[in-house]
Design a protein. Structure first.
Length: 250
């Protein structure tokens, strides 16, 4: 699809695993539930540490707010040292910086063929021989992104994926040890594929992902209430184990 927002002009291609329309071979040999390619130009400079991909939540889930905070902060430790979590915002969010693949001075090239090369973004992303080095570990240090911007002068290509949320079943799976029904846990709100400048409050793109299981019947609503109760009963122990010190409200 074409994307034209206040801060970005370009195109986005989204692939979800497990659907009838999923292209065969797109996920072959990969432990991913979605893959996104995005390419285009920014209309203004954007702070590198502020351009993030993740979830915003428009309404509370089926668990006390303090439990949600514990879960999101625990998840941030798994994802990245650069993860942003804000449960006090008007739209609470869980976001990870999106700095990857390539930036180019010249005309756009095929999105999926783009190779990881951020040397135009920062000379520190080159190795001793001047060749591009792996960007992920470098960007995982928040200090490396401080003061850097995404420039309107370049064409950027982003590849974004994750392996925890299965959109086809609407469930979260962590290493086969934790499996959560997100339809119940999130109180039937849609998941998002959202890329946003969290400092400027403007979107690169934002897509809501709906599932037929979000159309609640009484049995599903009851399951959500049961899930909330289970979250509350284990939340104190989880908070202590993770060192957050969270306690349920009186």
């Amino acid at each position: 699809m074409r994307v034209e927002t206040d801060i970005f002009s370009g195109r986005v291609e989204i692939h979800l695993k497990g659907l009838k329309t999923t292209q065969q071979g797109m996920f072959q040999g990969k432990k991913r539930f979605f893959q996104i390619a995005c390419q285009g130009k920014f209309k203004r400079a954007v702070d590198a540490d502020a351009l993030c991909m993740g979830q915003e939540f428009v309404k509370p889930g089926n668990a006390p707010p303090w439990v949600g905070e514990v879960v999101l902060k625990a998840a941030s430790k798994v994802f990245s040292s650069s993860t942003h979590v804000n449960v006090q915002s008007r739209l609470p969010y869980f976001m990870n910086p999106v700095i990857n693949v390539s930036c180019d001075k010249d005309a756009p090239h095929d999105m999926w063929a783009a190779k990881e090369d951020m040397r135009l973004f920062s000379s520190d992303t080159a190795d001793k021989s001047g060749q591009p080095k792996r960007r992920r570990k470098w960007c995982d240090n928040p200090k490396n992104l401080e003061g850097l911007t995404l420039s309107p002068d370049h064409t950027y290509t982003f590849h974004i994926w994750q392996h925890l949320i299965d959109f086809s079943s609407y469930k979260l799976s962590v290493g086969g040890l934790v499996n959560i029904d997100l339809a119940a846990a999130l109180s039937a709100q849609p998941l998002q594929l959202t890329c946003k400048d969290i400092k400027g409050g403007q979107y690169l793109f934002s897509c809501l992902v709906w599932h037929e299981r979000l159309l609640y019947d009484d049995a599903t609503a009851e399951a959500g209430a049961t899930l909330a109760s289970r979250f509350s009963s284990v939340g104190s122990g989880l908070a202590g184990m993770l060192g957050f010190g969270a306690k349920p409200a009186a």
